[in-house]
Design a protein around this ligand. Structure first.
Ligand code: URA
Length: 214
């Protein structure tokens, strides 16, 4: 049975760091650092079901069977621009993962996702994929990104986000249906979207706060 699973990282360090991120007085350098730290904490939860296989090793004392990441290695896909700020935090825990890229922008009038760049392997069958996008707002960007991955054969996708709106989670769940397994790992599910489709209370525009208004 395929379904969407939601995991909200319930930890005092996550709550503390997220509060500093939300604060409008937090400037870009601190914001970037905190996103990095938060994603490392989320990555720990997001990789709970990462595929492994047994491996026999020799310790200084005896031979034993341990665990190693299975092949094919996981694929981490930051959604540009804001997802780039999450890449280091994720690959710190998954250094052998491959990294693909999706450049997506939301059209601020139609709120639809526009794809302007894509660098992904053609065949993702049997591959665990980790999508990085800080703000799950309307869900349009993540739905488009998940469609990209499913079209290439992926069936096991984890979206790592800082914040989600209930509206976006519902859109995502309906869009995925029974096409594959989706896990969403977030630091918080916020109250709602406002009339401009910003998350409330949220943290503003994640890309601008990471990289400035360019
Ligand atoms: N994108 C953002 O960066 N912030 C929001 O609140 C919603 C979408």
């Amino acid at each position: 049975m395929c379904a969407m699973r939601l995991h909200v990282a319930d930890h005092p360090l996550v709550a503390h760091k997220l509060t500093v991120l939300r604060d409008e007085r937090t400037a870009s350098p601190t914001f970037r650092l905190l996103v990095d730290e938060l994603v490392t904490l989320l990555a720990y939860e997001a990789t709970r079901d990462v595929r492994t296989e047994p491996t026999v090793i020799q310790t200084p004392v005896t031979q034993t069977t341990g665990t190693k990441l299975a092949d094919p290695r996981p694929l981490v896909v930051p959604i540009l621009r804001a997802g780039l700020g999450m890449l280091e935090g994720m690959t710190r825990l998954l250094p052998t993962a491959e990294v693909g890229f999706l450049g997506m922008q939301r059209d601020e009038e139609t709120l639809e996702a526009i794809t302007y760049a894509n660098r992904l392997p053609d065949d993702l069958s049997g591959r665990q994929c980790f999508l990085l996008d800080p703000m799950l707002a309307t869900g349009a960007t993540l739905v488009a990104a998940i469609d990209f991955l499913f079209e290439r054969g992926a069936r096991d996708v984890t979206a790592v986000c800082l914040l989600a709106a209930p509206e976006g989670l519902k859109v995502l769940e309906d869009a995925v249906g029974d096409r594959g397994d989706l896990t969403v790992v977030v630091a918080s599910v916020d109250e709602r979207l406002n009339e401009n489709a910003y998350i409330v209370p949220g943290l503003g525009d994640a890309g601008d706060r990471l990289y400035g208004v360019v």
